[in-house]
Design a protein around this ligand. Structure first.
Ligand code: G3I
Length: 374
């Protein structure tokens, strides 16, 4: 699908003065790396030519199970996020034991394909081991959290592009004035757990970019507006207190119909940039749950949203990293987490279940190649 076709389906990018500019040396280097000069650029190389890092989150089991999938990931991704292997549940089989085997395997996969590697996530209230509730108490929670951070982040010190230090800590519905989510970490340690986590991560790995990662801050609605305000207040406070937070991770789990290119979100992105923070798109996928059943129509709508959203986000120089949550429809979490009401297979990602490129792939490629980098 050409850019013109994408624009024709109503994703007109008002106010987006996009112009083609990229560093010729990068394009030549990237084209050379992909084979013959002038060869079609992979997503990682099209991104690289614009000073952007493109990658995806995948688990070890899928790379092991499907060599053609592993090949595509190796070709298309310049950075890799373990989908589950660096969460507490995977790392901590028991209170006094760590299991790094799967994390090491993915680190080696990434580095053997000249990819950068990032960690997800040091502090979250989900994906906790079964023993957590019976072992971690208000008396030991702070030590349990910092011991975990020191052990894990030190293990990978110097090898990580970045860490999602704290994930999804804001939930307005929980009713706190500061908007923080009522998690076990908050209840047992207090709101200071966030600052403590970032300081521990920075002490463990001074080289890693430290990220606060959040979801549902993109849409054009009152709920997202309230969440954006709370996240901005949290980040402003962290920066005021000289907490080593370097980037905001915006998960970007969108729907085909999400209006993410809205004025409120645009203001938020500028305010986050003005704090001196980088912005990373950390979990991009686009659900077709409410789209018509026809594959061609769905693929066009999804591609249009990828193009529109990324073209909008790439207007902000603070946006330097784009990571999709999966690369092939065969393995998307959405299949089990949020299936279509009609039961038809979902199609949220750049490759279909048979590892064929989709219009979404071309949409991402077009947005990357047209990005204006200052
Ligand atoms: O590996 C086991 C398997 O051995 C077992 O048979 C099976 C059934 O119990 O579970 C498998 O583990 C599952 C794991 O994914 C690997 O597939 C866990 O139950 C399941 O809870 C886990 O779900 C992941 C979830 O985070 C929780 O860790 C999803 O794949 C992953 O996509 C999702 O990702 C989150 C981000 O971390 C944070 N942002 C939202 C995003 C989507 O929910």
């Amino acid at each position: 699908m050409t850019r013109r076709e994408m624009l024709a389906i109503g994703v007109g990018l008002t106010g987006l003065a996009v112009s083609r500019s990229w560093r010729r040396s990068m394009v030549v280097a990237a084209a050379t790396r992909t084979g013959a000069p002038g060869a079609g650029l992979s997503l990682r190389d099209a991104a690289f030519a614009n000073g952007i890092t493109f990658g995806s989150a995948v688990p070890k089991e899928q790379l092991l199970a499907n060599p053609s999938f592993a090949t595509i990931v190796g070709q298309q991704c310049g950075i890799l996020t373990p989908e589950v292997e660096l969460k507490w549940k995977a790392l901590r089989p028991s209170p006094d034991r760590y299991d790094f085997a799967a994390g090491e395997w993915l680190l080696n996969f990434a580095h053997s394909h000249e990819m950068m590697f990032r960690g997800h996530t040091l502090v979250w209230e989900q994906a906790l081991p079964n023993w957590f509730g019976s072992v971690v108490t208000a008396q030991n929670a702070n030590k349990m959290m910092t011991d975990h951070i020191f052990t894990v982040a030190r293990r990978y010190a110097g090898k990580m592009h970045s860490w999602d230090v704290v994930n999804e800590a804001v939930q307005i519905e929980d009713g706190r004035p500061d908007g923080l989510k009522n998690t076990p970490w908050l209840r047992m340690i207090g709101p200071g757990y966030i600052e403590t986590a970032f300081h521990a991560a920075h002490e463990a790995d001074p080289h890693a970019t430290l990220v606060y990662n959040e979801n549902w801050i993109e849409p054009d609605d009152a709920a997202a507006d309230k969440k954006r305000k709370a996240v901005l207040a949290l980040l402003t406070g962290l920066k005021r207190n000289n907490v080593p937070v370097h980037a905001l991770g915006i998960q970007s789990h969108l729907f085909a119909e999400t209006n993410a290119c809205n004025a409120s979100y645009q203001r938020f992105l500028q305010q986050v940039s003005d704090l001196g923070l980088s912005i990373m798109i950390t979990e991009l996928d686009i659900r077709d749950k409410n789209a018509p059943a026809g594959i061609a129509t769905r693929d066009r709508l999804i591609a249009g949203q990828y193009y529109k959203y990324l073209s909008f986000m790439l207007l902000f120089p603070a946006v330097k990293t784009i990571i999709t949550w999966g690369l092939s429809d065969r393995y998307t979490w959405i299949t089990t987490h949020d299936p279509r009401p009609d039961g038809i297979a979902v199609r949220p990602l750049p490759y279909d279940a048979e590892m064929n490129q989709k219009p979404a792939w071309q949409a991402i490629q077009n947005a990357l190649q047209e990005a204006r980098r200052r």
